[in-house]
Design a protein around this ligand. Sequence first.
Ligand SMILES: [Zn+2]
Length: 208
Amino acid sequence: MTTQPPTLALVVVDVEVCFAEGGTLPVAGGAAVAAAVTAHLAAHPQRYTRVVASRDWHDPLPGTNDGHFASPGTAPDYVRTWPEHGVAGTPDAEYHPDLRLPAGTVHVVKGMGRADYSAFDGVQLDTLGTGAPRGVLDALAGVEVVEVVGIATDHCVRATALAAAEAGFRVRVLTDLTAGVAVPTTIAALTELAQAGVELTTSTAVTS
Ligand SMILES: [Zn+2]
């Protein structure tokens, strides 16, 4: 009797223009992550049963992101308050041009009028504004292992991986396919993830 391999999903967190070099909230290495995720998907076309990609997708109306965007005239602290970024409908909120997602990718948007760090707090784009919005969990039916990549390691990747673990998935973060805002918070996040049972590995360790 052969053992079936586990069913895998890849969650690509916030690999969008705003979080890469040249965007409104640039994370060093963001563009390289976009290209590396594309290469990873091309190298492993059969690996994932499901690919989910999230984006920060903040409302364009002034005042709707209070507390997440730094108030006008004040400096963001880059921990809880941020420069204005990822406003829905602007090029800043599009996927990074070096990210190529396969057909069938489930597109999730988050941060509509609030600070959403976890992709699990988002809504599938094609169900946004309907009476029955679907989320990430709906896209992961039957999935056993969730691999998480993207931006930023110390914020939205961290929150997404923790949420996946809490939801009962076996979770891996492919750390070479992530980029962090700052070194101390990235180290703290990786430590917290390991303590939560998330496996920290790299895309080069992936064999199938
Ligand atoms: Zn945001």
